[in-house]
Ligand binder design. Structure first.
Ligand code: GLA
Length: 388
């Protein structure tokens, strides 16, 4: 893989100089959806698929970008003096955003660079291709220019760039899962305090299957910001009655007690999801510690129902994928993963049922939706690294 990427890089940008190769994973979230901007818990893991970056430092301040995933765009040029998000956004806003964010945090990049990317995460699939590029860029800057920055800080800087350069008010889950990923483990993260624990995920006798709806996300980002502000308003309303910091501070019982403070039915549903999903995540991690995979799966299923009915971020494609998965013997749990509105589902499937799963869910999905989905059996991998 590295040799091929280096050969391509040389073809695009020329042969000379010190050429380095890096990798950052994508992520999948097992449970704890739309809790990370509500002070709740999440339980994602890094994947062995992700983004490769091939880079060379330049002596001037030029930035030249090339993506093997968007070859039709060719080489996109910019410079260190031109770091602002452009209206007609292309993928280079992600690396540019991170260079910009490093500068804001007092780490000024003094040299330009040539950067080529290749991602084997399906684009726009909800497996965090953008956060993967952000953490990758941060890791490259750190290694290439010797900035003293921890992987946890790379996550925070990536989120800062996404929020302030790209205008998506995402939480910390994606960048954290990617920057702090550990093979064979999921990251149990309290997003209110950033305290985290690695939970071994030995999928004895089962696999993680990702089903991609291939639905283009379109309005997703603006809906994402809308959900976030609905939760913020609901929190402010509850805070008039009781002194909590975030929705993640509430148990289910407390929520039922205080919910009448929320002055709008839709907002009650949104806040209910945030509170119950956080509690489900705590229960799911506990279940895993007790080797109760069945309960873990049931909590995943309940998470989907709540995202469908209360948070309303699923849609026909995700619902079809999940409802068809639930019908298959050997499916331990299945739910949408990531922001929603399209993208992927995550299912835990017994080894012997994986082929039937892909065949039957694939067939039913295509019949109902009219175009095919894609299926990936994935492995849990490490955080970012330099490969060459
Ligand atoms: C996106 C965001 C995350 C998180 C999820 C939903 O992936 O980037 O911060 O909010 O949606 O759980």
């Amino acid at each position: 893989m590295q040799e091929k990427l280096i050969a391509k890089f040389k073809e695009i940008f020329g042969k000379e100089g010190d050429i380095r190769v890096y990798f950052a994973p994508g992520r999948v979230n097992l449970i704890g959806e739309h809790t990370d901007y509500n002070g709740g818990h999440v339980f994602p893991c890094a994947l062995t698929i992700g983004t490769y970056g091939v880079v060379r430092k330049r002596e001037d301040n030029k930035l030249r970008f090339y993506s093997m995933n968007f070859e039709h765009l060719g080489v996109i040029e910019s410079s260190l003096d031109q770091l602002k998000a452009e209206k007609k956004a292309d993928w280079t806003n992600y690396p540019k955003g991170v260079i910009w964010a490093f500068d804001k945090k007092g780490m000024k990049t003094e040299h330009g660079m040539d950067l080529m990317l290749f991602g084997n995460i399906p684009n726009g699939s909800g497996l965090s291709s953008s956060a993967s590029v952000e953490v990758l860029t941060g890791y490259i800057l750190k290694d290439l220019f010797g900035f003293e920055v921890s992987n946890q800080d790379l996550a925070l800087i990536g989120q800062y760039a996404e929020n302030n350069f790209n205008g998506v008010n995402c939480g910390i889950m994606d960048q954290f899962a990617i920057a702090m990923g550990k093979a064979g483990h999921a990251v149990f993260l309290d997003t209110a305090t950033l305290k985290y624990e690695y939970a071994p995920l030995e999928m004895k006798g089962s696999k993680i299957v990702i089903s991609c709806t291939n639905k283009k996300r379109g309005l997703g980002d603006s809906k994402y910001n809308e959900r976030r502000s609905e939760c913020e308003t609901a929190l402010a309303e509850i805070q008039e009655t009781v002194g909590i910091e975030t929705l993640g501070d509430l148990t289910e019982e407390q929520f039922e007690q205080y919910k009448s403070a929320i002055k709008d039915e839709t907002r009650v549903k949104r806040a209910k999801h945030a509170v119950y999903e956080n509690q489900r995540t705590l229960k799911a991690v506990e279940a895993l510690k007790n080797n109760d995979v069945k309960l873990f799966g049931e909590l995943m299923n309940a998470s989907h129902v709540s995202l469908r009915d209360d948070y309303e971020v699923t849609g026909e494609e995700l619902d079809t994928m999940v409802e068809e998965a639930w019908k298959i013997d050997g499916v331990i749990g299945s739910r949408m993963t990531g922001a929603g509105f399209g993208g992927c589902t995550v299912s835990i499937v017994k080894d012997e049922a994986v082929d039937t799963f892909i065949e039957k869910v694939g067939k039913a999905y295509k019949e109902k939706i009219g175009y095919p989905g894609d299926f990936y059996v994935v492995e849990i991998g490490d955080g970012p690294s330099r490969l060459a």
